[in-house]
Design a binder for this molecule. Structure first.
Ligand SMILES: NC(=O)c1ccc[n+]([C@@H]2O[C@H](COP(=O)([O-])OP(=O)(O)OC[C@H]3O[C@@H](n4cnc5c(N)ncnc54)[C@H](OP(=O)(O)O)[C@@H]3O)[C@@H](O)[C@H]2O)c1
Length: 342
């Protein structure tokens, strides 16, 4: 092993020991990378909805105790055997999707995400395969860089790889304010698409308009879909992570020949599904999950080119992580919740 500036024999780590329990801040032994892997000394880490589902025990393949956290930015401080020595001291972000495989269309069965079952980024150090590292974008702070990976790549694949969004098209992004939805809004605006959004919060709709959305609608209101079509026309593409009862409105308002891309089901599955709408309108319903290594690299090229900065709702210390977790229960945030570590 080759290492630099490794003074921590003991590192602070947040640990989830049991479901429905708060994270515990524990002192753990400093990490040693196996062959092909590296230690990243973390500067910042960010929450995703996944971290919240895990605390509730509502995530497949649950394995505890675990250091949670999929997103992180930091400095490479130790190398396992066989790793390129030039990585030592490099400022990096981590691709949390591990083992995608060769098929761009879909991940392998053993694809997994950093932060359960593998220990993740809510700690002073994390061990990851060297192949997961990417250079930190120069225009981003540590906190901003940590906010990007999981939500950023999910938005990129949903919008461009699966959604095929083009400049000038109308895209509706539901539940804006969520981490992925906010990136989707920023990316779509950056390429010159017309963006409409939904949110139950007036504050989030107003903020989305500041980021470039042309209009926002409250998905709880009767006939919000009809109003959207009357005022803005039918969306060519809808990016949705809510599902639930509201899904039938999406089938009603999407343009004939249009697409709906789903990457989540926060509100559960729709109780009914109108197959007639699907075939008569010649719709394409497409699923999307995170992104391939090629999506990840393309996303950071795009983010660098357009100098996109993530919307950060709040930044807290490791010691305050349970407060940030509580905020996820009410979904009142706009943008990312970030832990400042180093
Ligand atoms: N497949 C993947 O790779 C992947 C990756 C990341 C996330 N996800 C999933 O995507 C979902 C969103 O995650 P996130 O971390 O981006 O966001 P988040 O922080 O969980 O935000 C959730 C948003 O969902 C909105 N929402 C809740 N109920 C809704 C409804 N009935 N209709 C429309 N919007 C509704 C809320 O909107 P308002 O507060 O604005 O009303 C809130 O802003 C989660 O289910 C997550 O598990 C999947």
């Amino acid at each position: 092993m080759i290492s630099v500036n490794v003074k921590e024999n003991v590192i602070k780590s947040l640990v989830l020991n049991d479901i429905k329990q708060p994270y515990e801040l524990e002192d753990r032994d400093g990490l040693t990378p196996p062959a092909g892997e590296v230690v990243v000394s973390l500067k910042a880490a960010a929450f995703n909805r996944r971290d919240y589902w895990i605390t509730l025990g509502m995530y497949p393949g649950l394995s505890l105790p675990v250091v949670p956290g999929s997103d992180g930015s930091g400095i490479v401080t130790a190398l396992g055997d066989g790793v390129d020595e030039q990585l030592l001291g490099r400022e990096v972000i981590i691709n949390p999707g591990i083992g995608w495989g060769e098929d761009e269309r879909v991940q392998r069965d053993d694809f997994h995400i950093l932060g359960m079952p593998m220990n993740g980024t809510f700690a002073e150090q994390v061990v990851v395969p060297a192949s997961q590292l990417h250079d930190k974008p120069p225009h981003l702070s540590w906190v901003e860089a940590a906010a990007m990976p999981l939500a950023g790549v999910t938005a990129y694949r949903a919008l461009f790889t699966q959604g095929q969004l083009q400049s000038g098209q109308h895209v509706l992004i539901t539940g804006v304010g969520g981490g992925v939805a906010t990136f989707a809004l920023q990316y779509a605006v950056a390429i010159g698409a017309k963006v409409t959004v939904t949110s139950s919060s007036t504050g989030k709709r107003n903020f989305a308009e500041k980021l470039g959305a042309v209009a926002g609608y409250d998905y709880r209101a009767d006939d919000w879909g009809k109003q959207l079509v009357a005022e803005q026309g039918s969306p060519d593409l809808i990016i949705d992570s809510a599902g639930g009862e509201g899904y039938k409105t999406l089938l009603n308002i999407v343009s004939p020949g249009g697409r709906i891309v789903n990457y989540g089901a926060t509100a559960g599955p729709p109780a009914k599904f109108d197959l007639f709408k699907l075939f008569w309108k010649q719709l394409q319903l497409v699923g999307s999950t995170m992104g391939s290594p090629a999506d990840f690299a393309a996303m950071f090229e795009f983010v660098n080119q357009h100098e996109i900065k993530p919307a950060i709702d709040r930044v807290v210390k490791l010691e305050q992580a349970n407060e940030a977790l509580a905020a996820m229960a009410t979904s009142d945030q706009f943008g990312k919740l970030v832990l400042e570590i180093g």
